[in-house]
Design a protein around this ligand. Structure first.
Ligand code: HEC
Length: 191
């Protein structure tokens, strides 16, 4: 009897395992099969990649291909120099089809180039510059970062998470792309 119960429990837990890790998605579901990653070591580049994925940085900072997939050749290089601008919508906010430029009550903001390109990206920043920018919402030039950059959602991250994001950003291919300046940028004293 006990043995039968054990066999039954074993069978049920095997079924549970099988059901959370399907071998393939249902027909018509475009997503790849999801699988649990191990937590990468604190502060590491690999942890930074996990945080950048979770933080959705690519949603705004990476141009998209026609099918909406990320243009991985231009990863995190911001709004393309010659990219389309968001349309004017009366009574609403809007974005362009690359999701890299935004128009709202604050003006127009362009997702910046956060690759290590020295001239057009953040290649000349130090780790301290990066941390100060995320913690205060003001970059080294004294520009207040406008929506939709989610400063409020990132500014209290542990130091080790900011280290990890920084390490990951430094590991990217530098992309030369002069984003231009958001019409909205206000400048304040950088503290
Ligand atoms: C919802 C869109 C959005 C998301 C998500 C987003 N950003 Fe941004 N980010 C922006 C925009 C737009 C700007 C430019 C704001 C401006 O011009 O005032 C910006 C600016 C920045 C800047 C300032 C760069 C400079 O040259 O001043 C940094 C650094 C940055 N983002 C890092 C990140 C990181 C790291 C993540 C993910 C953890 C992230 N962003 C997620 C939209 C976004």
């Amino acid at each position: 009897m006990i043995r039968n119960v054990c066999v039954a429990v074993g069978f049920v837990s095997m079924m549970a395992l099988v059901s959370v890790t399907p071998a393939a998605q249902s027909p018509g579901n475009p997503y790849p099969v999801g699988k649990a990653q191990a937590l990468a070591p604190t502060g590491s580049t690999a942890r930074g990649a996990q945080l950048v994925a979770l933080g959705g940085c690519n949603d705004c900072h990476t141009p998209k291909l026609r099918d909406g997939a990320l243009d991985t050749a231009r990863l995190l290089s911001g709004h393309p120099q010659d990219g389309p601008m968001p349309p004017q919508v009366v009574g609403g906010a809007s974005t362009n089809m690359l999701l890299t430029a935004w128009r709202g009550p604050w003006g127009v903001s362009l997702a910046r180039n956060i690759t290590p390109d020295r001239e057009t990206g953040i290649g000349s920043w130090t780790l301290a510059d990066f941390k100060k920018t995320i913690r205060t919402g003001v970059n080294p030039k004294g520009e207040v970062l406008m929506p939709p950059m989610p400063i409020l959602m990132y500014q209290n991250l542990p130091d080790s998470d900011l280290d990890a994001i920084w390490n990951y950003l430094r590991s990217l291919k530098p992309v030369h792309n002069q984003v231009g300046r958001s019409t909205a940028s206000k400048t304040v004293a950088s503290r």
